[in-house]
Design a protein around this ligand. Structure first.
Ligand code: ACM
Length: 513
């Protein structure tokens, strides 16, 4: 009797001791990170996130506080804590610490994420790097924690930086309009996968979507419909600024596009004087392309463009304005070249850099122009010969509005079907002969919205392909292969579900039940 009770006491004491110094078994290398980081090493312990209450930010560098607040909000959602942010001028011994590396220590947009039992340190090459490190940290955790389970972050070190500077997606808000809340949701999707550009296609035949105060009918009239005849809509400049700020807090820049001289019916319907014959066009709600053009030899056309670019540049802190330039089938070649030459000077006057679809390479390109490859190899290589950088958006690989296969109920297939493997399994630096990594600014996956009418449909076409484009932009090609990638993607299915994302459950991906 006596012996047993001594034993029991010993057992109780031992278990108490164990729970005090409890070692959580983890393996950071088993986390299904997308995009795949440059290097991950594991140390096999756990940081108890449930106890995290302070997020320290290095005093001095700008742009870190929004990342800290973003993290605090996520921690609080997951744990029910009320984690707070605080600035400091020395590395704390516990909690979470966000700081900037010494100059040259890390590659641009890169970060080092060090997780030990007491401290999580996110050190970025710049503020963007810190945010991307935070996104990596979040992928070690569930997206929701409904049962308020204790959460442990696996310990170890990740060092990481992107292959390309520009990793984006385009949302066509002209064919169908998406409101501010929907665009914010899209920005959240990009942020989760470390994408850093949202290109907004703000004008087309079917609708003008950005308020231009000096030409108010563009939105009062030209913004009032969309494909199929719905009511359309537009962003006031205040709303646009709100989107710019929301994106900037997630290290995403907005690249606004005014498509011209073609794809301009909404403007031509709003102002008769922009037409060569001086007659206003009817509003258009179909899906044909290539039938509209601004009048390239009227002075008023360039006054119009000057006003639009001036107002847009004033509310766009990012360096780029996209001038479209695609499918101007009813603009004579010489008129097109004359027009694109003049528009480049206008954009330059407002201190912005130019991006245009690959057709703009037919013009004389000024310095620092980026040609967005979507269809024509000859145009694109001509652009490179003229000194342009290339943004890779090959329609047959990267268009999010292309159907997955012949059974997809949304989307188009003029550039082919893009199953998830086909969308993932290519290298921007070898896809087109003569265009190499040195020529490439980055990659972008555009979502055109002829058939896509609401955010659920956006989600269905975007997921699960978007993480693949993010990885193409981020991870070195030698580190990527479909067979390994699909097993990581499979683990993100649950994350999509927890976030309420309506995704295409491709049979090529071994989704986890
Ligand atoms: C395009 O798809 N027309 C750029």
């Amino acid at each position: 009797m006596r012996k047993i009770s001594v034993l029991s006491i010993l057992v109780i004491l031992m278990s108490m001791f164990q729970s005090c110094s409890e070692k959580i078994e983890t393996d950071l290398t088993q986390t299904a990170f997308i995009p795949k980081p440059t290097s991950v090493t594991a140390t096999g312990d756990g940081y108890n996130l449930t106890k995290a209450s302070l997020i320290y930010v290095q005093e001095g560098p700008a742009g870190l506080l929004s990342t800290a607040e973003f993290l605090a909000e996520k921690i609080n959602q997951l744990t029910g804590n009320s984690a707070e942010t605080k600035t400091t001028n020395s590395t704390p011994s516990k909690g979470v610490y966000i700081s900037i590396a010494e100059d040259g220590e890390l590659n641009k947009q890169g970060y080092e994420l060090k997780i030990n039992k007491n401290l999580i340190s996110i050190k970025g090459a710049d503020a963007a790097g810190c945010f991307f490190g935070l996104q990596t940290l979040l992928q070690t955790l569930p997206v929701a924690n409904d049962n308020a389970q204790p959460l442990y972050v696996p310990t170890g070190t990740i060092t990481d930086s992107p292959e390309y500077y520009y990793r984006g997606s385009m949302l066509d808000v002209s064919r169908h309009f998406f409101n501010v809340e929907e665009v914010k949701q899209y920005i959240d999707f990009l942020a989760m996968y470390k994408m850093n550009v949202l290109h907004l296609h703000l004008s087309d035949d079917q609708g003008w979507r950005i308020e231009i105060k000096s030409w108010p009918k563009l939105t009062d009239f030209g913004g009032q419909t969309e494909v199929g005849g719905g009511e359309g809509g537009f962003y006031t400049q205040e709303q646009y600024k709100e989107l710019v700020q929301y994106a900037a807090d997630r290290q995403i820049m907005i690249v606004p596009e005014i498509d011209m001289p073609g794809h301009t019916n909404a403007a031509l319907a709003s102002y008769a004087e922009l037409n060569c014959d001086g007659k206003a066009r009817e509003l258009y709600t179909g899906t044909e392309v290539g039938f509209s053009t601004l009048c390239t030899d009227k002075e008023i056309t360039y006054q119009f463009i000057d006003d639009v670019i001036r107002e847009l540049a004033e509310i766009t802190p990012g360096p780029y304005i996209h001038i479209g330039g695609d499918e101007s089938h009813v603009t004579a070649h010489d008129d097109y070249v004359y027009f694109v030459n003049k528009v480049q000077d206008i954009v330059k006057k407002y201190d912005k850099k130019i991006i245009g679809w690959d057709e703009i390479a037919n013009a004389k390109l000024i310095d620092d122009v980026t040609v967005q490859f979507w269809a024509d190899v000859e145009n694109t290589t001509m652009g490179v010969e003229k000194g342009a950088q290339v943004l890779m958006s090959p329609a047959a690989r990267a268009y999010l509005d292309m159907q997955y296969d012949s059974t997809t109920h949304l989307g188009l297939h003029w550039a082919g079907y893009i199953e998830v493997d086909h969308g993932y399994d290519w290298d921007p630096a070898t896809l087109v002969e003569g265009i190499t990594k040195e020529n490439i600014l980055g990659i972008e996956a555009p979502l055109w919205s002829e058939t896509v009418t609401n955010i659920d449909e956006v989600e269905y076409m975007t997921f699960p392909r978007l993480p693949g484009y993010a990885e193409i932009g981020w991870t070195a090609p030698a580190e990527r292969n479909w067979d390994e990638y699909k097993t990581r993607l499979a683990k993100h299915g649950k994350r999509f579900e927890a976030l309420g994302i309506d995704y295409y459950k491709s049979a090529l991906v071994p989704w986890e039940e």
